[in-house]
Write a protein that binds this ligand. Sequence first.
Ligand code: NAD
Ligand code: UD1
Length: 338
Amino acid sequence: MSKTILVTGGAGYIGSHTCIKLLDAGFQVLVLDNYSNSSPEATRRVQQIAGKTVAAIRGDINDAPLLDSIFSSNDIHAVIHFAGLKAVGESVAQPLRYYHNNVSGTVVLCDAMQRAGVKNLVFSSSATVYGDPASLPINEAFPTSATNPYGRSKLMIEELLGDLHVSDPDWNIALLRYFNPVGAHPSGLIGEDPADIPNNLMPYIAQVAVGRRERLNVFGGDYPTHDGTGVRDYIHVMDLADGHVRALEWLNSQAGIRAFNLGTGIGYSVLDMLKAFEKACGKTLDYVISDRRPGDVASCYADPQRAASELDWSARLGLEAMCADAWRWQERNPQGYK
Ligand code: NAD
Ligand code: UD1
């Protein structure tokens, strides 16, 4: 019998792509999602791509009785925990909502896992836990800090999971610190579908390319970078998804709690991304340099060495595939899943 993985937030952007990699690797997948930022259509398309069925439950990670019934009626081997709110600006305006959903939700989830004796967990953390890094590239031993409630929720979860492991060393926990996920499945059937005006660069550029937005606002042209615009470590979502399968394998072979950077180690500027996207879509895209966005750092990219040596994982797909796949998804689904 193949192992069942509970995927919280499995209808979301990274979750839906990870479901495909899990199905390809022979796992059974059970999605738990409240669809607060996604659509059940994503899971239908995952099944279409993989040619396999996925069980999906509409529900909230804060619903303890629901979690108990999920764990008692399924033989769950591990949980990949994507469910969470992720908009930085919104978290500043609504901190309690973020702490309730992200932090309390994780406590309720882990409590239910503990009751059920399921102690294998892969958690979606973020490079945001490094705050404004003192040097580059960033490795996992760098000090952590947070500058907004979203980032603080990720840091608090990492810390509470550390405490949980101290209390019960049977827990196996991989903290995956994602850099900047972009791109889409090459089929063009699933991709990133922001509910509102996109906060993040790639979906914004894609919406300019498809005609939904007039021009890109480039947040700052005077950073100490090669062209003055912010530099980030963009990683193809299919590579990122693969990292989760490797992390599951790691959980089986290794006890403990460990953080892993999932990035390429390469930094591209905002204008590098814009040019690469223009090439992918065959259009010239309008942009204007505007003020810096508060809280942004000049440059951020990973040292991905630990994931390479301990998870046997490294990113394979380059900028061209990231842009081509993001464009294929956007062009074929100009309004996302709607
Ligand atoms: P997403 O919003 O597309 O996916 C999150 C999913 O979780 C959505 O389907 C949403 O409906 C669901 N969800 C939210 N709260 C829930 C709850 N209480 N109960 C059940 N379901 C709930 O976001 P994503 O980009 O796929 O991100 C997945 C995870 O990775 C998040 O935890 C996010 O913070 C983290 N992360 C994302 C990025 C990024 O750039 N996308 C970077 C670093 C970390
Ligand atoms: C942001 C969040 C981070 C979160 C991550 C994933 C902030 C400060 N950081 O990271 O906490 O984990 O998203 O959700 O919000 N840019 C533009 N114009 C735009 C959008 C972005 O110029 O319209 C620039 C930014 O200034 C930055 C780069 O593009 O230099 C990437 O931005 P973005 O995609 O939002 O990611 P991060 O800021 O790295």
